[in-house]
Design a protein around this ligand. Structure first.
Ligand code: HEC
Ligand code: HEC
Ligand code: HEC
Length: 419
């Protein structure tokens, strides 16, 4: 190391000045760099929050974004989502990074264990870098002052300690492990779907303690009035979903295979419609378990059988919106030919939507769908069975083998779901 020559005060002063100037430049630069990095981190966190769909659950009906208070029915009673804006008293503005990490990974907030209505059971696989980006974003959201609502959980489940036991049995904080046999894109898709997208929270059936069954990943589960369909690669490929079909579904809420409705609508509206082009391909590659392009086969229309019992009902009540040959009408009603809701072994959604109808759904300034009326009062179980069987043989490769007892079971189930 070169000693500073104190015998040359002028040179020394110059040197000091040079050091100070460079420190100033460096300091200035690094502050600017840090601000830029922080800006980048917040933007990244905002994107991750969209893909994680925090808004869907943490925003009350007609209320302010992320201010909490949306009710969640659990088998034990009602839990309300909380205010996760940066407000320091009623939101999470007071959280340290450690607090945030624990809430996302372990389901533990500074106030105690969280009910698994908050999907930390999926988010726990978030990388540390992504958790940090989310934290940066949430500490910079607009603060909204709104007190949280107390949950209405019945004894003994209101004891948050009980959740500790649940966590010990059903939950372990671990890291996302990439599958080395698959590509980076496939693994990125798996991360976006299983971790942030928490798709399994609806699409994977649960065991007796309400934990997702790993062995039945994505095989479908009845939620309330609708079933989150089987979305295994086997089923999606059997239905001939292409990358483009899934992309259309996730960006616009409909594709040639039909529309989304029920619990799937907010997923599209708030979350997956924001996926970047590259992430969308990663997601579709993962869901289809195929990165190559898929050939689009023609949609099924097997011709009308005028003697089949459902024919007249279809023509009388449905053809006006869905078309004589089930071809659909733009901005009115989707096509039924090759429709994914009809082309599956489970008729739960087909029957349920005929009973309850579908509320009108809006996506953006150019895309929205009319509401579909419900026919619970109009048709008895036999008529519904005839109609569903008619749609199956006319527009899918499924058989007309639905029995009236199955339809009756779904109607009974529905009455219970709606009390
Ligand atoms: C499926 C619904 C759902 C989604 C999606 C969801 N949350 Fe939650 N979250 C909840 C519920 C319900 C609670 C309250 C649980 C309780 O009181 O035990 C909660 C609680 C929290 C808490 C604890 C807040 C506190 O008051 O201490 C944090 C932090 C949180 N969520 C962050 C997030 C973030 C970040 C996202 C998106 C990446 C997200 N949540 C997505 C339902 C959800
Ligand atoms: C007023 C117009 C209208 C009538 C009448 C109508 N539907 Fe619909 N139907 C719709 C709309 C709109 C949707 C999609 C709603 C959405 O997802 O936003 C739909 C969805 C469906 C779906 C699910 C397909 C999908 O991909 O969303 C099926 C199956 C269906 N209708 C069958 C029928 C049958 C059977 C009848 C007659 C009993 C009928 N509809 C009568 C408008 C109508
Ligand atoms: C809140 C519950 C919920 C979550 C979370 C959810 N889904 Fe769904 N999903 C549903 C329901 C209910 C249906 C059936 C209604 C329909 O077809 O839109 C469905 C249907 C689907 C369909 C089939 C659509 C069709 O036309 O047959 C696909 C594909 C799908 N979901 C993918 C996903 C992916 C990927 C995610 C994660 C980003 C996800 N879902 C998260 C509830 C959910």
């Amino acid at each position: 190391m070169k000693a500073t020559d104190l015998s040359k005060p002028a040179g020394f002063a110059r040197q000091i000045k040079a050091v100070l100037v460079s420190l100033l430049i460096l300091g200035g630069l690094s502050a600017a760099q840090a601000a830029q990095d922080q800006g980048g981190l917040i933007a990244q966190g905002k994107y991750l929050a969209e893909i994680g769909d925090c808004v869907a659950c943490h925003t009350p009906q007609g209320g302010r974004e992320l201010s909490g208070g949306l009710p969640f029915e659990t088998p034990f009673g009602i839990v309300y989502s909380t205010n996760i804006t940066s407000d320091k008293e009623t939101g999470i503005g007071y959280y340290s990074y450690r607090d945030f990490y624990r809430a996302m990974h372990e389901g533990i907030s500074p106030n105690g264990n969280l009910y698994p209505a908050m999907p930390y059971t999926s988010y726990h696989l978030l990388t540390d870098a992504d958790t940090r980006a989310l934290y940066a974003y949430f500490m910079n959201t607009k603060p909204i002052r709104q007190e949280n609502k107390a949950s209405e959980i019945s004894f003994p489940f209101n004891i948050r300690m009980g959740l500790k036991a649940w966590n010990m049995m059903n939950h372990e904080d671990s890291e996302f492990i990439a599958n080395p046999a698959k590509s980076d894109s496939w693994n990125r898709g798996s991360y976006l779907v299983n971790v942030l997208g928490h798709c399994g929270e609806c699409h994977t059936p649960r065991n007796t303690t309400f934990a997702m069954k790993p062995e039945a990943h994505f095989q479908g589960a009845v939620l309330d009035t609708f079933e989150a369909s089987n979305i295994t690669p086997q089923e999606l490929n059997r239905q001939n979903w292409t990358h483009e079909d899934l992309k259309q579904l996730f960006t616009k809420g409909y594709s040639r295979k039909g529309t989304v409705f029920g619990g799937m609508y907010p997923v599209v509206y708030h979350s997956y419609s924001h996926l970047t082009e590259q992430d969308m391909r990663a997601v579709t590659s993962y869901l289809l378990d195929n990165e190559a392009d898929i050939e689009e086969l023609p949609l099924a229309f097997n011709g009308h059988d005028k003697d089949a019992p459902g024919y007249n009902i279809y023509m009388g009540y449905c053809a006006g919106c869905h078309g004589q040959d089930g071809e659909g009408r733009p901005n009115v009603a989707p096509a039924l030919a090759g429709n994914a809701t009809l082309d599956r072994s489970s008729v739960f959604n087909a029957v349920s939507l005929l009973l309850n109808g579908i509320v009108s759904q809006h996506y953006n300034s150019t895309t929205s769908f009319y509401a579909m009326p419900g026919y619970a009062e109009k048709f008895d179980d036999q008529q519904l069975t005839d109609l569903v069987n008619y749609m199956r043989i006319t527009w899918t490769g499924q058989k007309a083998d639905i029995r009236v007892t199955e339809v009756n079971d779904i109607r009974t189930n529905m009455k219970q779901a709606l009390h």
